[in-house]
Design a binder for this molecule. Structure first.
Ligand SMILES: NC(=O)c1ccc[n+]([C@@H]2O[C@H](COP(=O)([O-])OP(=O)(O)OC[C@H]3O[C@@H](n4cnc5c(N)ncnc54)[C@H](OP(=O)(O)O)[C@@H]3O)[C@@H](O)[C@H]2O)c1
Length: 251
């Protein structure tokens, strides 16, 4: 009898709190994002970040929040302490070499003019790794290599600079504020256009696009990365993945 009463009481309390929760949601007191945050991945990746500036620090923070382990790198790693403190226990800091040794996946987010140096110093160590390249070639900033990238395509130029590397182009089309404002939208997530020649690398990078709070839109091999370069139609678009893929088919 006492057991029965206790059970009834427990059910009533549960119903009461569920009711409060539902009302709070309907009234908008609780942000819907509380319920739409991705859960920690069961097999977190180790991500090494080369270039922990605007884009590198933002994506690294998203991935750390999603449960991955992130090593932010710098040519002066001591200056990364505030970033690591802010991002929390999933993050650490080191040299570029440390990031390459650490990462199952490497994010390169440097001004494109630095890619020749990165190629010279690290191409051998990067061979065989999955690398996500966010770079845009800016003529006034990026010198000769920027010029080549504008003419031949950033993705194809990165592949030439990093032979044997499994390069994926992604995250080059939206500035950091737009990334922050659009990540993990409860409804109508927006697409990150992607391209690359290595299917497994595209699969891993697609997972990281999702874990950053967006939908992957794989548009094809590296030659298709031109479609979402700075001067081209799919750059800067805040649209869904199906729409991105449909638009790409017409280009
Ligand atoms: N900012 C945006 O909103 C945005 C959006 C889309 C794409 N992009 C593209 O993404 C790339 C990164 O942009 P960003 O704005 O994040 O750049 P950023 O804030 O200037 O940061 C770039 C980082 O690259 C590192 N770096 C520079 N030269 C290097 C080298 N030779 N070796 C190793 N590290 C080097 C620097 O780190 P240390 O000095 O600490 O070593 C610096 O913190 C660019 O190609 C940009 O066009 C930017």
């Amino acid at each position: 009898m006492a057991q029965h009463k206790l059970l009834n009481w427990t059910i009533r309390v549960a119903q009461y709190f569920t009711g409060i929760l539902a009302v709070a949601l309907v009234l908008g007191i609780l942000p819907r994002s509380v319920f739409s945050q991705p859960s920690a991945p069961s097999n977190p990746l180790k991500i090494g970040i080369i270039g922990s500036g605007n884009i590198g620090s933002t994506l690294g923070e998203f991935w750390a929040k999603a449960g991955h382990q992130v090593l932010f790198s710098s040519r002066n790693p001591e200056k990364l302490k505030p970033l690591v403190d802010k991002v929390g226990p999933q993050a650490r800091a080191g040299t570029v070499q440390d990031a390459i040794a650490f990462g199952d996946v490497i994010l390169i987010a440097v001004p494109y003019g630095s890619m020749s140096q990165i190629s010279k110093d690290y191409a051998k160590d990067l061979a065989g790794k999955i690398v996500i390249d966010t770079g845009n070639a800016v003529l006034a900033r990026d010198g000769e290599i920027g010029k080549e990238a504008r003419e031949k395509g950033v993705g194809l130029t990165t592949q030439r600079l990093l032979p044997g590397v499994r390069v994926v182009r992604a995250f080059n089309t939206l500035g950091v504020n737009r990334l922050r404002n659009n990540a993990n939208r409860a409804e109508a997530r927006i697409a990150i256009p992607m391209a690359g020649d290595d299917q497994e690398a595209l699969k891993v990078a697609s997972r990281l696009v999702r874990d950053a709070g967006f939908d992957p839109a794989v548009l094809g091999g590296m030659d298709r990365a031109r479609l979402f370069e700075q001067t081209n139609p799919l750059y800067g678009q805040e649209i869904s993945a199906p729409e991105m893929i449909e638009r790409a088919k017409k280009l």
